[in-house]
Design a protein around this ligand. Structure first.
Ligand SMILES: Cc1ncc(COP(=O)(O)O)c(C=O)c1O
Length: 258
């Protein structure tokens, strides 16, 4: 029996009418970028994660670049990145003007550890990008003991948790991708930054909108990286199902191989 790598049709089929209704409502409202659907999704996802702030952006790669800059990473700074991750983790560091320095991963978890990060830390190390690979959160509590700011790349880990906290609530800030194959995927591109830190949140909000806080003065060279209303409306329908879908994955993974 052919088993597809991922299947969006089966989980979305029972939600088709609700999705169509919510998309129709966005069409009628006539607001398409950073409107009430995005604001509502940001609040609902923040509540789900247990963090203060969520900012929707255009994709998970931009989320990393913007979050690093909002955390104070400057051109020439070094950011430790796992050598085993999707390309975008390192690409986004370069887009922020910084230098990715690759560290090893634990062969058991495929995640970074304090020892593998420590082995490549130097004077110019400014932050660690800890990737929650294949849904398994990186040991961020232990990484904190290194004394460096930690950005959690939770693109693959929506719905996961570690020691009672959600993936996305573990680092100084975290990033998500809502690419359709992700645990929480929209019907196009989308991403988000999550943090408890008000200053990081405020700067990230400006950076995602051309470096402007008020749409009149442009303070930084930022990005046009916004989540749109259609994707936010879709994500609001899907978010309440995330935990159930994750349970299904865990149950499938726990089945003994025959
Ligand atoms: C670990 C990781 N980081 C970053 C990204 C980038 O996300 P996006 O494709 O939304 O830019 C992905 C997924 O593609 C990913 O798996």
């Amino acid at each position: 029996m052919p088993v597809p790598l991922f299947d969006t049709e089966t989980p979305l089929a029972p939600l088709r009418d609700e999705l169509a209704a919510r998309l129709g409502a966005v069409l009628d409202a006539g607001r398409y970028i950073l409107g009430p659907e995005v604001a509502a999704f940001e609040q609902e996802f923040a509540d789900y994660l247990g963090v203060e702030h969520v900012m929707g952006v255009a994709n998970g790669t931009d989320a990393i670049t913007i979050a690093l800059r909002a955390m104070g990473v400057r051109p020439g700074d070094e950011v430790v990145v796992p050598s085993f991750t999707f390309y975008a983790s390192a690409e986004a560091v370069v887009s922020a003007g910084a230098v990715p320095v690759f560290c090893d991963v634990d062969p058991g978890t495929r995640n970074v550890t304090p020892d593998t990060v420590r082995a490549v830390m130097g004077e110019r190390t400014r932050a660690v990008l800890a990737v929650d690979l294949f849904g398994l959160p990186a040991p961020i509590g232990e990484l904190r003991e290194l004394g460096l700011p930690i950005l959690e790349d939770a693109a693959q880990a929506a719905g996961a948790s570690l020691a009672g906290r959600r993936a996305g609530a573990l680092g100084d800030a975290a990033t998500f991708s809502f690419y359709p194959s992700k645990n929480l995927g929209c019907l196009g591109d989308g991403g988000a930054i999550a943090t408890d830190d008000g200053e990081i949140a405020e700067l990230a909000r400006a950076l995602r909108f051309h470096g402007s806080r008020d749409k009149r003065t442009f303070q930084y060279v930022g990005y046009n990286s916004r989540l749109d209303e259609m994707q936010a409306a879709i994500l609001r329908v899907l978010l309440p199902h995330l935990d159930g879908w994750c349970e299904g994955r865990r149950a499938a993974a726990a089945r003994p191989l025959r």
